[in-house]
Each structure stands twice: as structure tokens, then as C-alpha cells.
Ligand binder design. Structure first.
Ligand code: BG6
Length: 483
């Protein structure tokens, strides 16, 4: 019951991330009864606004606001949400915030009061805000937690610099680094799927698996967000963090327990066995205008002549006994033909002899949309003939779990942070080794070693550069009859 008294402080409360992700997630948690009983929400940002305006902004992206049940809950949610305007770099402003927090906490009486600081802020102010919070807003009446999200630097050195500045003020235990892919249901499912199924576990290695693809596809381009994107590019935006996290859970050894440290120990171990990504194993692309949609370089927010990749396919290798020689193809593209994130594990060929041209097995884990796990198996064609045919064993969630409510990533993660569970947050050493894998390649792409490589053009709405199929085939992927 003591834990019930928690104030969640959203820094950057007037910004995009807060409006699109943080507040809707908090609201859903509240509506479903997951937030602590004594919860309060305090927004903090530079913009001056009155309370009704803050409440309006808090609910911009909340759906079905006309539904009476939602409306009622929204009123309750607003009633416990307040706002403080202030600068990001002045002690006096943060002391105002503290005063406000103490007023709220006064209503808790002598009981414990916890503070969870959610940084929905641009990276340029992360460090300053974290320092000011620590020196002005740190509670001695309960625990303090800080939630931050990428970008954590741009390469190994800048990440280390930022981490050490943050570590000087907030301990590892107090810090929750979000990679929102770790909050996705199908990513969390990997632990159970892998380690809870004897049918799968023994074949989870180089003896049975030929290649693995982890693919991220988004059907829209930068569309006005080019300023941010161009500074980072698709590798820093998606592969370095989201796809690598998926890879580490997919390939790690079985953790000793479900504890956060045991899980993260195994993730770090497998990541350390991956050498930096080689240029030769990389295919870069940039979308060009097509079908009435503008190309990347036609986005006004993108610098003229930018060679920033909006598509990348890279192949990673894991040097350990389980995975030696298995290619892991990580690829991501903006402005491609569909929205899809999936893991595709292709098994080795059946020994030929009695069969010819029999399809390989594939296990596909579709992370989004339309969550599914399906495995392609060969069956005898029903009837008199003795021919094999490829078919699927299909666990599409919508059909299988008709009533299940699948939480949004941010909902799951915010709740974990409130409960003090670090399992699905990125540990400092994990971040460090992740940057080691990508930094040399990124420096080359950034043009630090001579002229930057020129990305291959691909039309907006296509599958990616025309070299893609040949690229995948080079690493041994064989198209099966049904894809
Ligand atoms: C973010 C990237 O981390 O992830 C965005 O910065 C991307 O560019 C987004 O669109 C994708 O997240 P999701 O949950 O929609 O797959």
C-alpha cells in the first residue's frame, strides 16, 4: 500500500512524444486500473499554458473520447493531472516544480511518496534536465526513478560521454532506459516461445537454422521529420537499437532466471560475440519520389544532397558455438511497400533423396501488425498422390486469442518502471556493446573516412533497392513456395 503514492512527472509534457505516447499510455493504464491508487501526474515543459489547455493537450491522441465510459475516466484522469511551466536549465524553475510536488505529496500525510520522472525530451537537454532534477527534485520520502529514451548519443564515444554525465547523478538502479521494442508483446513472447518449448529448443542453433531475417518496414517517409532523421539515419533509428534488441533475445543462451540481471547478462554475452558490422555486408538505400509521393531529398526538412540512408540491410555474425556461420540479416526501410515487423527463421534444407524441391521450414514471428507465430511445414498433399506440399501451422493472435487485449509497448514499460522491474530496459553495458557493433560502419556512412557511400535509390512504396533480393540470396535465403 505504501507504494501507492507515486507522482509521475512528465518532462517535455507539451511535446510530440508526450502527447502521442506517454499520456495515452498513462491514460490506458489508469483506465484499466493499473496505476497506483495514490497516483498523480505532473506535466513540466517550457510552454506556458493553463490547466484546461494542458488537459486538452494530454488527450489529443486519446481515442473514442465520446464514449461515456472513456469520458468519465478522462475527467478523473484530468483531475489528477497538473502542470508546471519552467525552463530546463534553471534551479529556480525546478524548485518551483518541487514545491508543487510537495504540495501534492502533502496529501499523502506521513506515508512514503515516490517520484517517477519521465523524460519525453530532445537529447540536447537530457543531461541538463537530469542534473537539475537530481539536485532540486530528488525525494527523500520514497524512491526516485528516471525514464529516458533514445537517442543515447550517436556513436560509442558520444554515448559514453552522455552515459557518464547521467551516471554522475542517477544510479543505474534508478535509471530506466527505454527501447520500446522491448515492451512489445511479441518481443516479450520470445522468452517463452524459445525456452518453454522442447519442440523448438534443440533445433535453435546452427545445426538446424540456415539464416535469420529481422525486418522492419514502414510505409511512410520522414514527412517533415527530416531534420531529426537526417542527423541519425535508419541504422541509428532502428537497427542499432530496436532490431539489435530483438536479435539479442532471439539468440541469447537461456538465462538462469527471469530476473532482470540474469536476462541482461545473457543479452550482453551474446552481443559481445558479434564483431562490428562489415561494409561488405551492408546494402544502403534512400527513397526517391514515386506515385505522387515525394522522395527523401524533396522533403524540405532534409538537407540538400544528403546521403543519409533511409533503408539498410546488414548482416551480423555471432561467433559462438551455437551460431557460428549463421547469417542474421537485419533490415529496415522507411517509405516501403507495407508496415510490417517480423522475424523469419529459415531452417536448413531437408536431406535430398526421397524428395526433390521440397520447401525449407520457416518459423515466422510477426511482431506487428497482426501479431502471429506461424511455421511452414511440409505435408503430404491430401489424396491419392504422395506429393509433399508446403503448408502452415498458424497461430495468428486475432483468431487464436479473440478476447486478449495486447498492451501497447509504452503501457507495458511504464508499468514495469513503476514496479521497479528492469528486465525490459536497456542496461548500461548493453548500450555500450551495441554501439561497438555499429560505430565503425556508421563512421564510414557519415563520411568520416572519406566520401560517404552513396545509397541505392528505391521508389517510395517499393520493397527497397533493386539489389535487395540478390543481397538476401547471397546469405543463403531461399524463397519458399509461400511467403
Ligand atoms: C522509433 C523511430 O524509435 O520507432 C521511428 O524513431 C519509428 O522512426 C518508430 O517510426 C517505430 O515504432 P513502432 O512501434 O511504430 O514500430
Amino acid at each position: 500500500a505504501l507504494k501507492d503514492n507515486t507522482v509521475i512527472i512528465v518532462l517535455g509534457a507539451s511535446g510530440d512524444l508526450a502527447q502521442k505516447k506517454t499520456f495515452p499510455a498513462l491514460f490506458t493504464l489508469f483506465r484499466q486500473g493499473y496505476l497506483p491508487k495514490g497516483v498523480h501526474i505532473v506535466g513540466y515543459a517550457r510552454t506556458k499554458m493553463d490547466l484546461p489547455e494542458f488537459h486538452r493537450r494530454q488527450t489529443v491522441y486519446i481515442k473514442n473520447k465520446d464514449d461515456p465510459e472513456i469520458k468519465k475516466k478522462l475527467d478523473e484522469f484530468s483531475a489528477l493531472s497538473t502542470y508546471v511551466a519552467g525552463a530546463y536549465d534553471q534551479d529556480a524553475a525546478f524548485q518551483q516544480l518541487t514545491k508543487h510536488l510537495e504540495e501534492i505529496e502533502g496529501t499523502y500525510g506521513a506515508a512514503e511518496a515516490n517520484r517517477v520522472f519521465y523524460m519525453a525530451l530532445p537529447p540536447s537537454v537530457f543531461t541538463t534536465v537530469a542534473q537539475h532534477l537530481r539536485s532540486n527534485c530528488y525525494s527523500t520520502k520514497g524512491h526516485n526513478r528516471i525514464i529516458i529514451e533514445k537517442p543515447f548519443g550517436k556513436d560509442l564515444d558520444s554515448c559514453r560521454e552522455m552515459m557518464s554525465a547521467l551516471k554522475a547523478v542517477w544510479t543505474e538502479d534508478e535509471t530506466y532506459r527505454i527501447d520500446h521494442y522491448l515492451g512489445k508483446e511479441m518481443v516479450k513472447n520470445l522468452l517463452v516461445l524459445r525456452f518453454g518449448n522442447t519442440a523448438l529448443t534443440p533445433s535453435w542453433d546452427k545445426n538446424s537454422i540456415a539464416n535469420v531475417q529481422i525486418t522492419f518496414k514502414e510505409p511512410f517517409g520522414t514527412e517533415g521529420r527530416g531534420g531529426y532523421f537526417d542527423e541519425f539515419g535508419i541504422i541509428r533509428d532502428i537497427l542499432q537499437n530496436h532490431l539489435l534488441q530483438v536479435l539479442s533475445i532471439l539468440t541469447m543462451e537461456r538465462p538462469v532466471s527471469f530476473s532482470a540481471e540474469d536476462i541482461r547478462d545473457e543479452k550482453v554475452k551474446v552481443l559481445r560475440a558479434i564483431p562490428p558490422v562489415a561494409r561488405e555486408d551492408t546494402l544502403l538505400g534512400q527513397y526517391v519520389g514515386a506515385n505522387g509521393k515525394p522522395g527523401y531529398l524533396e522533403d524540405d526538412t532534409v538537407p540538400k544532397g544528403s546521403t543519409c540512408p533511409t533503408f539498410a540491410a546488414t548482416t551480423l555474425w555471432i561467433h559462438n558455438p551455437r551460431w557460428e556461420g549463421v547469417p542474421f540479416i537485419l533490415r529496415a526501410g522507411k517509405a516501403v511497400n507495407e508496415a510490417k515487423v517480423e522475424i523469419r527463421i529459415q531452417y536448413k534444407e531437408v536431406t535430398q533423396g526421397i524428395f526433390k524441391d521440397i520447401s525449407r521450414n520457416e518459423l515466422v514471428i510477426r511482431i506487428q501488425p497482426n501479431e502471429a507465430v506461424y511455421i511452414k511445414l511440409n505435408l503430404k498433399t491430401p489424396g491419392m498422390a504422395t506429393r509433399a506440399m508446403p503448408t502452415e501451422m498458424d497461430l495468428t493472435y486475432k483468431r487464436r486469442f479473440t478476447d486478449a487485449v495486447i498492451p501497447e509497448a509504452y503501457e507495458a514499460l511504464i508499468l514495469d518502471a513503476i514496479h521497479g522491474d528492469h528486465s525490459n530496459f536497456v542496461r548500461d553495458d548493453e548500450l555500450d556493446v551495441a554501439w561497438k557493433i555499429w560505430t565503425p560502419l556508421l563512421h564510414w556512412i557519415d563520411g568520416r573516412e572519406g566520401s560517404p557511400p552513396k545509397p541505392e535509390p528505391y521508389p517510395y512504396g517499393s520493397r527497397g533497392p533493386k539489389q535487395l533480393d540478390a543481397y538476401i540470396a547471397k546469405y543463403g535465403y531461399k524463397r519458399t513456395d509461400r511467403t
